[in-house]
Design a protein around this ligand. Sequence first.
Ligand SMILES: *Cc1c(COP(=O)(O)O)cnc(C)c1O
Length: 234
Amino acid sequence: MTNRTRQDEIAAGLAEVEARIAEACRTAGRAREELTLVAVTKTYPASDVRLLAGLGVRDVGENRDQEASAKARECADLGLTWHFIGQLQTNKARSVARYADVVHSVDRLRLVAALGREAVEAGREVTCLIQVALDDDPTRGGARPGDVPALADAVAAAEGLRLGGVMAVAPREEEPGRAFARLREVARALREDHPDAGVVSAGMSGDLSEAVANGATHLRVGTALLGRRKPFVR
Ligand SMILES: *Cc1c(COP(=O)(O)O)cnc(C)c1O
């Protein structure tokens, strides 16, 4: 496919996503400015990141360190904000802390310690979101809601880290609006102790309007922008 065609394709995807966000904002009585669209570029090449940037997208999300670090390097001249949204092994903290501006998937104390150490060593500040598990599926990561306050305190106390707020993925077996309402409550409680931790990262291609209705500030959208991903082969 020529790059011109790919640009048109991505521009059309972006226009459609923006229309959906605008409609969701209208329904929820919210302003578009309250929301940040994070373009999830996993499995897509750096050339797509460049096209997105040309269309005005400033935030990109990735879920695998190896792929993300290479893309961030290739796109360093674009000045984008890089979001790490995937489950993160502690031994990848060193690499991730060197390019990620925001890590959405902080769900255990060991990871907080590792990210803090590496952020300090890299001379960077990494914003951390506490990933909240909205069901009992252990394969998706996330801290139980009851563990969020201790994790948040640890992030807030760590040199090199900034507490941004919370993140969640809607469970497979539940109406997303109901699940996001629980996330909203966790986020509200968090702000009582940490008033600046206002980020609520929720909503993907399939459930962004439910997320907007429940107070999301960051939407992580891949498929609706870039197309269906090929099954990932390791
Ligand atoms: C892949 C991914 C997304 C984007 O999902 P789409 O359905 O493609 O929009 C959002 N959040 C996380 C954590 C992801 O891994």
